[in-house]
Design a protein around this ligand. Structure first.
Ligand SMILES: Nc1nc2c(ncn2[C@@H]2O[C@H](COP(=O)(O)OP(=O)(O)OP(=O)(O)O)[C@@H](O)[C@H]2O)c(=O)[nH]1
Ligand SMILES: [Mg+2]
Length: 235
């Protein structure tokens, strides 16, 4: 146990067979006492089978396998509800594609001791985004644009590497966030900030995935822009 808290680490998977094995091994090697919840959307590459094999070795994994690709927003809501129903203190969410380094979980836990909500930020001192070219530009300037338009004092809106101190977040619940794709992650910050909950940014290093392919379609960028302007007028 990292500390005496009950901690759930959540990730969603869609075709992450190679990555999930490395991720699970790394998490339990470093933090044997956390629990893991994984929502897999019937990945055609049989990610779920790989997870079931790993479950024999690591008893504290729960797998929810859904019938089809139902999206990241609903997967994250399942995790939030599961964590509340099972009385977890902290919920830490991350991608399964090794873009998020599990060694940084310790820093999330440390910061959750004094903060209701912690976000891993690539764009503060000490943070790094190892993406290249157009992807880096879109991510970097996209986050600056969101910050300017929403007027929220935060440098990162789109990463899913986040920590929730569930006992300290009474006025917030992920179920109220109505959006999908990248917009879901942006709107979560909007709803948290609207409730005057302090957003604690901690530096993370984001690596591009080495196995598999991105599942977020390019149209997501346009949809996020549209939702950004809708949020601006709602403010
Ligand atoms: N269960 C589930 N998982 C998903 C779905 N879409 C994406 N994921 C997972 O969510 C995480 C983030 O998806 P990515 O495709 O890596 O999206 P991204 O990180 O924004 O994009 P890249 O930077 O290009 O990798 C990964 O662990 C995916 O396997 C989905 O519809 N259902
Ligand atoms: Mg990714």
């Amino acid at each position: 146990m990292i500390n005496e808290k009950k901690i759930l680490v959540f990730t969603a998977t869609y075709n992450e067979k190679e990555n999930i094995k490395i991720l699970i091994n790394s998490i339990f090697k470093n933090y044997p006492n956390v629990d893991m919840l994984i929502v897999d959307d019937n990945s055609p590459d049989n990610t779920a089978e790989e997870i079931n094999l790993l479950k024999k070795e690591y008893k504290n994994i729960t797998l929810v396998k859904r019938a089809s690709k139902l999206g990241l927003d609903t997967a994250h809501k399942i995790a939030y509800n599961y964590a509340l129903d099972n009385n977890y203190d902290y919920l830490i969410t991350m991608d399964a594609d090794l873009s998020h380094d599990p060694k940084e979980i310790e820093n999330f836990v440390k910061n959750l001791e004094h903060n209701p909500f912690v976000i891993g930020s690539r764009y503060i001192d000490g943070g790094k985004c190892l993406m290249k070219g157009r992807r880096l530009l879109i991510s970097k300037y996209g986050n600056i644009l969101i910050r300017l338009i929403l007027g929220i004092n935060c440098n990162e809106f789109t990463t899913s590497y986040r920590g929730f101190n569930l006992k300290d977040l009474e006025s917030f619940n992920l179920n109220i966030v109505k959006a999908s794709g990248y917009s879901f992650f942006m709107k979560t910050i909007f709803e948290i900030s609207k409730r005057d909950i302090i957003i604690k940014e901690i530096p993370i290093t984001f690596k591009d995935r080495s196995f598999g392919y991105s599942k977020l379609p390019r149209v997501e960028i346009l949809r996020t822009l549209l939702n950004l302007f809708i949020l601006f007028f709602k403010k």
